[in-house]
Design a protein. Structure first.
Length: 202
């Protein structure tokens, strides 16, 4: 059951509670607007376009208007999700910010799923802690926009170029070689990083 708590010309935001205990695939469903789905509790699997994606609190799922999908609950039980449905104008705004892609002139989510960064978990908790009707719609909409941007910025970052990937792979090989030669000494992370010329944070 979907219960919206924010409706504006740009988006509809609400909680989806599914109490399905059947582990098999449910009937096909269709998306009518661009969506971002954040699982708050439980686990489920979505099949979209032949690709299965596990939904849990660490993953945001995306869907585009017209997408068909099916859902199953491999562990049974229920799940609870925060669903953000975007109006066409909001999808166009996200495309202008380069947070979505243009496919045949239509703004779409290029990725089907993305890891949820820690600050976004905190944003979801702040959003859910606002009592219904206590905040103005614009303030809630701004909180949702910040949450969406936080997740989509992670997805839309360009992947490292070929040269950068080669450098990283070479560093990994050097670390493996260093560890195979010095494993009896139990080197620290800082020692391995120094040996390969990287920061311990890499």
């Amino acid at each position: 059951m979907f219960r919206p708590f924010l409706q504006s010309p740009h988006m509809t935001v609400g909680l989806w509670q599914c109490d399905c205990a059947l582990p098999g695939w449910g009937p096909p469903e269709q998306v009518f607007a661009g969506e971002m789905i954040l699982t708050l509790g439980g686990q489920w699997v979505r099949e979209r376009g032949g690709e299965e994606q596990v939904a849990n609190p660490n993953v945001a799922l995306f869907a585009n208007a017209g997408d068909a999908y099916r859902v199953r609950h491999p562990t049974g039980g229920s799940d609870r999700c925060l669903v953000i449905q975007f109006a066409e104008s909001a999808m166009a705004d996200l495309a202008r910010l380069r947070l979505t892609s243009l496919v045949h002139g239509n703004p779409t989510f290029a990725a089907g799923a993305a890891a949820v960064p820690t600050p976004c978990f905190q944003a979801v908790q702040r959003l859910l802690s606002v009592p219904a009707g206590s905040a103005e719609g614009v303030a809630l909409e701004e909180q949702v926009a910040d949450l969406v941007s936080g997740v989509l910025e992670r997805v839309s970052r360009p992947s490292p170029d070929h040269e950068t990937r080669l450098r990283h792979r070479a560093a990994v090989r050097r670390a493996e070689e260093f560890l195979s030669c010095h494993y009896r000494e139990a080197p620290s992370l800082a020692q391995v990083a120094e040996a390969v010329g990287y920061s311990p944070f890499h």
